[in-house]
Design a protein around this ligand. Structure first.
Ligand SMILES: [Fe+2]
Ligand SMILES: [Fe+2]
Length: 399
């Protein structure tokens, strides 16, 4: 069904009112593998239609996984044990490691949160929105708050997923390592929340599409799906997102905060790749592997196309721009383009590494313009420090 043609028949106000539902329909109807649709659809309904993450009350999701005990405490994965040791040594205390006395002033151009081209103000002018310098700065602060809020919500998902995965993984060295990740994620929740709460004094609600992914992972009973979703997809993309913001921001506290979080996240993605590489390549049937390959592709698209900061749009621009115009503004932003580039540069090589980017699915990635990242380095080839060095070398402001 061509939804855009139907939308054109409606008056502008009605068009904007039904647009979110058409968008949800488009997301779900574009999923090719019926098994992937079955696993995402209930979460899609809860997130995109019922907006469960936005009702101002706690969300309850029923977890269905099996807890795996091993009373013989085997040393079953040396590389994972090494990661555990490194994680213990690299714990940091957010109270003392970060200088919370720094006064963050989002209106000061010397310490810009984001570069100017993070929002396409020229495109907005084409649509009749002319902003003063202060209003542009406020818009950028809102965008930074929106992104950091989504990081925070993602971190809450990561905290619970890390706890679930620690219970469910079948290898013991992975359980010990997993405990360090639970602590890491708690610290990330703490620092992002503290920054938003005390420095920017703004918190946006969870984006519906992010809610869908988190909800689907929490409810899935298969440990490797939780791993794939959280450790590879969400963490991989988060690593790219943190990296972009780290490169672009001039605000010293945020930069330092992100640097420390990136070091932890590099270990998390490494863990995901180690655990899944063996499992997917050696232990899954071809049909099971294919389902995961399709799932990863759909979620990658969901992440690439659907994080459109509507929550910000609704607060500032809904009276003057249509949702379709807002999408144009977001899609054409140079800063956000760089953001997507860094995210997929981190994610695609990891999918290759764990056997989920075979010749069967490559044409779809090529069609989505993502095959150019195929040959980049995967997580096990990148240490925490080399990752930061890479970000520092490629330091860009996208100006
Ligand atoms: Fe995290
Ligand atoms: Fe993480």
């Amino acid at each position: 069904m061509n939804t855009s043609k139907i939308l054109q028949l409606l008056p502008p106000k009605a068009r904007d009112a039904v647009d979110p539902y058409f968008e949800a329909f488009e997301v779900l109807s574009s999923v090719r593998d019926p098994r992937v649709l079955r696993s995402l659809a209930p979460s899609g309904v809860r997130g995109m239609l019922l907006h469960r993450g936005k009702q101002g009350v706690p969300t309850k999701v029923r977890a269905n996984h099996e807890v795996h005990f091993d009373w013989s405490y085997p040393a079953d994965m040396p590389e994972m044990r090494e990661l555990y040791t490194r994680a213990k040594q690299n714990q940091w205390d957010s109270d003392t490691w970060l200088d919370w006395s720094i006064d963050v002033d989002p209106m000061n151009p010397e310490t810009d949160l984001l570069p100017d081209n993070f929002m396409n103000f020229e495109k907005m002018e084409e649509f009749g929105i002319h902003l003063s310098r202060e209003e542009k700065r406020e818009g950028k602060m809102a965008m930074a708050s929106w992104m950091l809020s989504q990081f925070l919500h993602g971190e809450q998902g990561a905290l619970f997923a890390a706890a679930q995965v620690t219970e469910a993984v079948p290898f013991f060295d992975g359980k010990l390592y997993g405990a360090t990740q639970v602590m890491d994620e708690a610290r990330h929740v703490e620092v992002f929340h503290r920054y938003l709460d005390t420095k920017l004094e703004k918190l946006y609600q969870v984006n519906d599409n992010l809610f869908v992914i988190i909800d689907a992972l929490m409810a899935d009973s298969r440990w490797d799906m939780k791993f794939l979703g959280m450790q590879i997809m969400v963490e991989g993309l988060a690593l790219g997102a943190f990296g972009t913001m780290y490169q672009m921001t001039k605000e010293p506290l945020l930069k330092e905060l992100l640097k420390n979080v990136i070091r932890d996240e590099a270990r998390h993605v490494h863990y995901g790749v180690l655990a899944l590489r063996e499992h997917i390549i050696k232990h899954l049937s071809e049909s099971e592997r294919r389902e995961r390959e399709d799932w990863a592709f759909e979620v990658a698209l969901l992440m690439r196309n659907r994080f459109l900061s509507y929550e910000l749009y609704e607060e500032y621009y809904a009276d003057t721009l249509s949702r379709a115009q807002w999408r144009e503004v977001v899609y054409s932003s140079k800063g956000l383009e760089h953001f997507r580039h860094t995210m997929f540069r981190r994610l695609v090589p990891n999918l290759r590494e764990i056997g989920l980017l075979t010749d069967r699915i490559k044409p779809f990635y090529a069609q989505a313009g993502l095959m150019k990242y195929f040959g980049e380095a995967a997580a096990p080839e990148l240490t925490e420090e080399s990752l930061l060095l890479d970000l520092d070398r490629g330091s860009v402001s996208a100006e």
